[in-house]
Design a protein around this ligand. Structure first.
Ligand code: ACO
Length: 336
């Protein structure tokens, strides 16, 4: 970006997961499967799920509060809220509007949701970057949250094993010192292969006109197709992102990827030549939390001390759409 554009600082990150844990062994009560089958193919041992009335808004609200605290900002400092979710509990009001109300943020502050599935946080960050760069907004709250456990078909053992619930949040602001924490960012999509992962919210036509057969409910996924597509494009894509930023893989301290399948993560890791300590993985405990996956992995790994601050990281994600994207970011002291 040109010199007249305002740089962005990542001010705080936060996360939240529900309390209820469902292990692979628990799933054997639902269908014929095993911990061994699931773990060896996906890297997942357990996932968190919402219970009772708890939903993605509740998780997002807690993650947002945590990120604001870390950013040392008050809700009234925020002048834009963007929430990313693969499937919000309400199509309207938006998750961002719910969170605005719960945080008591001014009713004049715009709040909206975006849908880019598991790439949602990267898409939201890219929107925030453009808004901050232009001077249109200064302090933006990004919330990525999903309650996949409400949306999977719990009779389908090939998809329901994969998903979990969670939220991650990020507060970004106009940088005061001229340093931009988003070193590079890129988003992509290919709608022509959208049928690889589908979740229909289709209703019925007006009773006075011809009806049609609605699509089945619940997440439907061509797992092999997704795996083949992502394993083919992602390692090369992340490598190009780094090269196009004028950097080398070794210039970056951490890889923080979308947590969908450990084998896909390992393919990117191998391409970059990273040792295990440079790669953030929490898929074992949370499964695929969709939009929340990247900010959850980021905030938790920093909180646990697995990722040191004063470093850089490459984030990368992919998901329904198909969408994919990546960002190279600076992780300053104090963000978590
Ligand atoms: N337990 C035991 N057996 C199972 C299970 C299970 N949970 N699920 C499927 N099987 C069986 C199948 O019935 C099949 O049996 P068959 O050969 O007798 O027909 C066999 O195991 C192989 O099934 P596949 O579906 O071919 O298994 P595969 O090796 O492809 O692994 C998996 C499936 C793990 C889903 C893999 O394809 C994958 O991880 N794909 C990527 C998924 C992904 O990353 N999605 C991202 C979503 S991102 C978003 O935006 C939502």
């Amino acid at each position: 970006m040109g010199n007249n554009l305002i740089p962005l600082r990542i001010a705080g990150v936060g996360y939240s997961v529900p309390d209820a844990v469902i292990t692979n062994d628990d799933l054997t009560k639902l269908y014929d499967t095993s911990d061994e089958w699931i773990y060896t193919r996906t890297g997942i041992k357990e996932r968190r799920v919402v219970s009772g009335e708890e939903n993605a808004v509740d998780l997002g609200f807690v993650a947002a509060k945590n990120a604001l605290e870390k950013a040392k900002m008050l809700p009234e400092d925020i002048d834009l809220i963007i929430a990313a979710s693969s499937a919000p509990p309400d199509l309207y009001p938006a998750i961002a509007c719910h969170i605005q109300a719960r945080l008591g943020i001014s009713t004049q502050v715009p709040a909206f949701d975006i849908t880019a599935a598991c790439t949602g946080l990267i898409y939201a960050l890219s929107i925030a970057k453009a808004y901050i760069a232009s001077g249109m907004y200064k302090n933006i709250l990004l919330v990525a949250t999903d309650n996949n456990s409400r949306l999977v078909n719990w009779e389908d053992r090939s998809t329901s094993i994969l998903f979990g619930d969670g939220a991650g949040a990020m507060v970004v602001t106009a940088s005061e010192d001229g340093v931009d924490d988003v070193i590079a960012i890129d988003i992509k999509s290919d709608g022509s292969i959208g049928d690889l992962i589908e979740l229909s919210f289709d209703g019925k036509n007006c009773p006075l006109v011809e009806q049609y057969e609605p699509k089945p409910q619940g997440i439907r996924m061509n797992g092999k197709g997704v795996y083949a597509f992502v394993a083919k494009i992602l390692p090369h894509y992340v490598e190009n992102l780094i090269t196009n930023a004028g950097m080398k893989a070794e210039d970056i301290d951490y890889l923080i990827p979308h947590q969908a399948n450990i084998r896909i993560i390992q393919a990117v890791q191998e391409r970059l030549g990273y040792s295990d300590d440079k790669v953030v993985t929490n898929i074992k405990y949370y499964g695929n939390t969709s939009a929340a996956s990247i900010p959850l992995a980021l905030a938790e790994s920093v909180e646990k001390g697995n990722v040191k601050l004063g470093t850089t990281a490459v984030l990368c994600g992919f998901g329904a759409g198909m969408t994919w994207g990546g960002a190279i970011v600076r992780l300053r002291e104090g963000i978590c």
